[in-house]
Each structure stands twice: as C-alpha cells, then as structure tokens.
Design a binder for this molecule. Structure first.
Ligand SMILES: Cc1cc2nc3c(=O)[nH]c(=O)nc-3n(C[C@H](O)[C@H](O)[C@H](O)COP(=O)(O)OP(=O)(O)OC[C@H]3O[C@@H](n4cnc5c(N)ncnc54)[C@H](O)[C@@H]3O)c2cc1C
Ligand SMILES: *[C@@H]1O[C@H](CO)[C@@H](O)[C@H](O)[C@H]1NC(C)=O
Ligand SMILES: *[C@@H]1O[C@H](CO)[C@@H](O)[C@H](O)[C@H]1NC(C)=O
Length: 604
C-alpha cells in the first residue's frame, strides 16, 4: 500500500504542473524586491548598502560621485536620521547614473576596520567622494555637515557639487554652475544641432530648482537645461522676463515660450516634453519595471494575515532560514570547533524537519556535505552556496524573501527574530511529531541545535547571552521527552515575552503577551490563571504542525516537486502523510489527487 500510494502521490505531484510553469511562476515572484534589512536600511530602500566587501570597489575610481553615511545601527541618533536618508535617496534615485547615495554600518564587526581606516569618530558622519576618487593615505572623502531632513540633504549635496565644479571637478556630472552671461545668445547660438529643447530656469540665489531639474533630466536626450539667478538683471531684461521663478523654453526653431512653474516645475517640464511620470516614482521620473503592490492591496493582505492569528507561514520560515544561513552563519570567517559542531547540528535538524520540497532538502544535504568536508569552513563559501541555491531555477525556495506573519508595523520591528522563534517552534513540534513512535529519538535534539545556533551565530548578542543563561537556569539540557521539549521552548519564549512587555522594542501593533492568548485557546487557560499544559501542547502541535503551514505568497508546486525524493532520509513515518497532504491542498488538480489518494488510503 505504501509504495503504491507514494507512486500515486508522485504522479499527482508531477502531472498537473510542468516544471517550466513552476519556474515561470517562481520567476515572477522574484521580480519583487527583497526587504531584507541590513543595519538600518533594507535592500528595498534606494540607499546603496555598503560593506567592507563592496565599499572600495564601488566608491573608489567610480565615475559617479558618492555621498555616504557612516553610521552605527545602535546609535539612537542614527536611527532617527535613517528615515530622512532613505527619503533623500528615493528623491534623488533618478540621478543614480551620476550620484550614488550610500550607507555603511560601523556597528557591524566586519565593517569596523573600514570605519577605523576612515577615522570615523562620530555617528552619523557624511562623506562626499568625488569621481575617480583614489584610495590613498589621507583620502577619506570630504566631510560634509549633515542637514536635517531629506530636503536639506539634497541641498547639501547640490552645494557640494557646485563647489566641486567651481574647482573643476565633477566633470561627469551635468554642469550645475549658473549661467551668468548677460544675453541668451551664447545658449542659443552655440547649442549643438541635436538639442531640440533648451530650457532656462530663472530662480532666487537660494533656490535649488534649476540644479535639481538639470539632474532630474540629465538622461533625457535632445534637451539642455540651464539656470540663472534672478540678480542677473542684464539677462532678464534682454529676455523681457520679470517673474521669479520662471522657466523659458526654446524649441528647435528658436521659438520661445514661458512655462508656468508655480506648482511643480519638474512635472511642468516633463509634461512639456510629454514624458510620463509615475505617481509612485516620486523622485526619478524613470520606470524601474518593478510593480509594487498598491497600498490598498498591501493593507488588505496585512489584515488577512492578522485575522489568521498564530498561523505559521512557509514564507516566514524560508526567509528566516535564508537570513540565518546567508547573513548570520556566513559572517564568521573561519567556522571551526564549537561553531562547526553547532552548524552541523543546526543543519541536521533542518534536513529532518524543515518543510522543504525535494530540491530544498538536496540543498541542505549539499550544504551539510560541504560543512563536513573540512575542519575549518569559510563563512564566505556558505554565503556562495546559499546565494547559488537562491537562483529561481534551482527551486529550493518556494517564496520570495520577505515577512508575512512576522512583518512588523514598521520596518524596525519583528522580522528575523520573530522568524527565528517560529522556525525553532516549528522544528520542536515536527521533531516531536515525526518521532512519536521512535523511542530512540533524542528529545533534546532540536533544543540543543537551537542553543548552539543562538550561542554561536545569532547576531543579537544580548539575546544570545540571555538565552544561554535561561537555558541553564531552566535546565534545558535535562529535558526528558519530546512533548517536554516543545513545552520547554514555549515556556522559555513566554519568559522572554514577559521580560520584553512594554519595552521600547515592542511593536505597538504586536504587544508582547503570554502565548497563546485566551481568545485563541480558551482551554489553555485555567481559572486560577495558570496553564493547562496538556492543552497548550495540543495547541502548539496544531499551529506549528506541517499541515497547518500557510502558503500565501509561496509556490507550493516547488514544495510539491518530487516529494518522493528524499523522504527516505528522514526517520519515522508518522509525519509522512501529514507533510504530503499539506502540500496537496492548493490547486484543483491537486485536490482531485488528494481525494483520490484519500480514497485510495481508506480503500486499503
Ligand atoms: C532566542 C531569542 C532570544 C531573544 N532574546 C531577546 C532578549 O533578550 N532581548 C530582546 O530585546 N529581544 C530578544 N529577542 C527578540 C524578541 O524575543 C522578539 O523576537 C522580538 O522582539 C520580536 O517580537 P515579536 O513581536 O515578533 O514576537 P516574538 O517574540 O518574536 O514571537 C514570534 C511569534 O512566535 C509566536 N509566539 C510568541 N510566544 C510564543 C510562545 N511562548 N510559544 C510559541 N510561540 C510563541 C507568536 O506567533 C509570535 O508572533 C530574542 C529572540 C530570540 C529568537
Ligand atoms: C547674484 O547672487 C549670487 C549669490 O548670492 C552672487 O554670487 C552673484 O555675484 C550675484 N550676481 C550679481 C550679478 O549680482
Ligand atoms: C532514497 O532511496 C533511494 C533508493 O532506495 C536512494 O537511491 C537514495 O539515495 C535515498 N535518498 C537518500 C537521501 O538517502
């Protein structure tokens, strides 16, 4: 019966979807940008995240100019500064062919030597690096004073560029010096024949309108923009102009027209040129080709997720796993000794209990093999292996990177630490489920793996110290049974929740409560405010069970693929049917298969 049903399920999993369809769908998912957070910025922001690995390559010798924030993610001032830096980067995103906005986290151990080399004494420090900047003994960039707010940052940048250009640098940038001749002849007579539109902006000396427009439209061909200050009275008189600000445009035949720029000069100019702007694309006027979900759609999804209560999402589990391997484990240059042991144990429990499909599991096995190949492993190699596995055609991950159930109400909340908790709860529960009939199972298997991981790799140092202390105090190493292992983690997590309730890191949208709340599990709560641990165990086994994992934003076909594959790698069979029917739920054809399978099972 067993073999036949495997056969049946295999056919089901392969027939309804072609592999290419799965790849296509996966590709589409990956078009979305990741929202992985690095220090105070995420890859979704328009700020270029610099590290010790890319700083010199990107900044030195570049034809672009760089304006870089050196910060420390733990400094409160930097945390308050970051939103304005992001806003600024978004605003000037359209200038990125000539200007890059970067940030480097000096709190990151790895980046530390670079921050030391640049003699960064306070945070945040802003530095400007002109084009073709050369590495050298005292070449630490030009220190510039931080303004307050995105608009100020923009002015500081423009002022710096103008100063640079008065000193004959900034030659890959468009000319941001004001036009100072007393007639427009020079502009009109000497323009190249290819120029179809010649704009002249008239502005107050304190204004940045002309400079911004020049940079905004730098990439627009056939167009030249100049600006002049309104104290250039000779020029204004010759043009019979009396209004500031104003924008004149000459077409290819030299016909002059004045544009009304009272409201939005950039839009006015773009409209004149018939260039469409994307409402969402605030600063750039260019199309990134990435379709962001509308705010409304996003709110609806958030609401839906919220209503799903304590549900566990495949996407969160995968995102936590990716982050842990690619960003945390890989951070160690030489993984050896205790660290290596911890990594092996972590991989072992992932191989056995992580809800992956065939290719996901092969990836973990490959990684395990690599980790076992030497006494010292280079974290950089782990990074490369994971990166390679993230290629969509590998079909290792079923979801794009990002958070659903672990999404915070703001970017600084929740995310990875929430994902890591959930991942380990999931592993304890599935460890217990898969080994019910296995008296030889080590009840501490997952807890020990977690302890090792948190001790050796978890980037939150305080958390790690607390957790180790708590494990000792709560006798984690004396846990005697599988259910006790599930409950140990539950109880320990509640202690952390209790300690952090009301803390400033608490997401106001997700207050720290004792889990599970009464509404979700009335039976868990006894009258005297104590727990019915039998009911709690049932509840945990329910929410963290493989059959209850939710697949929003995941391509279940990837999990589904060749499920027969490595099943023999896991011990015990009780988790078997569970894992499979969960994979079968989505999709009509799968449903038909499920029904057939159930029919088949009951028939036998
Ligand atoms: C090992 C570890 C130690 C940490 N130590 C600290 C620390 O010392 N100081 C600090 O500031 N932060 C610490 N953190 C971070 C902190 O615990 C939270 O992860 C973070 O504040 C985000 O909270 P959250 O609201 O997303 O919920 P989290 O506490 O991260 O919980 C994630 C999800 O797990 C579920 N859950 C909650 N409680 C339980 C439970 N008892 N049993 C089962 N499921 C539960 C809920 O669905 C919840 O949404 C630690 C994180 C980890 C992984
Ligand atoms: C106009 O103002 C700018 C800046 O205030 C100054 O540098 C420039 O010399 C002035 N030009 C004239 C013609 O007065
Ligand atoms: C599963 O079994 C097959 C055939 O018995 C074997 O070839 C394969 O290597 C096994 N898979 C694993 C991961 O052990």
């Amino acid at each position: 019966m067993f073999k036949l049903s495997i056969f049946l399920l295999t056919v089901c999993s392969l027939v309804p979807f072609s592999k290419n369809a799965a790849v296509d769908m996966f590709k589409n998912k990956f078009k979305k940008q990741t929202d992985e957070v690095v220090g105070l910025y995420s890859l979704k922001d328009d700020v270029d995240i610099l590290t010790i690995h890319n700083f010199k390559q990107d900044v030195f010798g570049s034809e672009k100019v760089w304006i870089v924030e050196f910060y420390n993610s733990y400094c409160g001032f930097c945390q308050r500064f970051a939103p304005s830096w992001k806003e600024f980067a978004t605003d000037v995103r359209g200038w990125k062919d000539v200007v890059r906005v970067g940030a480097i986290d000096c709190a990151n151990d790895e980046n530390n030597p670079l921050c030391r080399e640049f003699e960064i004494m306070g945070y945040p420090t802003l530095k400007y690096f002109h084009e073709k900047y050369a590495e050298g003994a005292n070449n630490f960039g030009l220190a510039i004073k931080a303004g307050s707010g995105a608009a100020e940052h923009k002015k500081v940048l423009i002022n710096t560029i103008v100063n640079e250009q008065t000193e004959n640098r900034g030659k890959y940038l468009p000319n941001l010096l004001p036009y100072s001749a007393s007639t427009a002849d020079d502009l009109l007579k000497n323009r190249p024949a290819t120029v179809k539109h010649m704009f002249l902006v008239v502005q107050e000396p304190e204004s940045y309108m002309g400079q911004s427009l020049i940079l905004d439209l730098n990439k627009v061909s056939d167009t030249v923009i100049k600006y002049t200050l309104n104290n250039n009275t000779a020029l204004l008189t010759s043009l019979n102009l009396h209004k500031t600000p104003s924008v004149l445009v000459w077409d290819v035949n030299g016909n002059q027209r004045e544009l009304d720029v009272a409201v939005d000069p950039k839009k006015t100019v773009l409209d004149y040129l018939h260039i469409k702007t994307n409402e969402n694309n605030k600063g750039s006027g260019e199309n990134t080709g990435v379709e962001a979900p509308s705010l409304q759609q996003e709110n609806m999804l958030d609401e839906k997720i919220r209503k799903m209560g304590d549900a566990v999402f495949q996407k969160d589990l995968e995102t936590a796993l990716r982050y842990s391997l690619r960003r945390e484990v890989s951070r160690t240059k030489e993984i050896t000794g205790d660290k290596l042991v911890a990594l092996k144990k972590y991989l072992d429990v992932l191989i056995k209990y992580f809800p992956f499909g065939k290719y996901g599991r092969s990836f973990l096995l490959e990684l395990k093999q690599f980790v076992g190949s030497s006494d010292t492993i280079d974290g950089g190699d782990i990074f490369k292996i994971v990166k390679a596995a993230e290629k969509e055609e590998r079909q290792v991950f079923s979801s794009p990177e990002g958070w659903l159930g672990c999404k915070g109400s703001a970017k600084t909340y929740r995310g990875y630490s929430c994902g890591l908790w959930r991942l380990f709860h999931y592993l304890t529960v599935n460890h217990a489920e898969q080994n019910v009939d296995n008296p030889a199972a080590n009840p501490k298997e997952v807890l020990e793996a977690m302890h090792g991981y948190v001790k050796e790799f978890f980037g939150c140092t305080d958390c790690s110290t607390h957790f180790q202390e708590m494990s000792k105090r709560r006798n984690m190493f004396e846990v005697k049974s599988l259910p006790d292992s599930v409950l140990w983690l539950w109880s320990a997590h509640n202690e952390v929740n209790n300690r952090l309730a009301g803390d400033e890191t608490e997401d106001p949208g997700h207050p720290k409560v004792q889990f599970p709340v009464k509404d979700r599990c009335p039976a868990c709560h006894l009258d005297d405010d104590s727990w019915d641990t039998g009911e709690v165990l049932k509840y945990l086994k329910h929410v963290y069970s493989s059959i209850n994992v939710r697949y929003i934003d995941s391509d279940t076909r990837i999990l589904h693929l060749g499920l027969d594959g490595n099943r023999n790698a896991t011990s015990g069979s009780s988790g078997f049917f569970h894992t499979i029917d969960a994979r079968l739920l989505p999709g009509f054809s799968s449903l038909v298969c499920l029904i057939t399978s159930i029919y088949y099972f009951s028939y036998i």
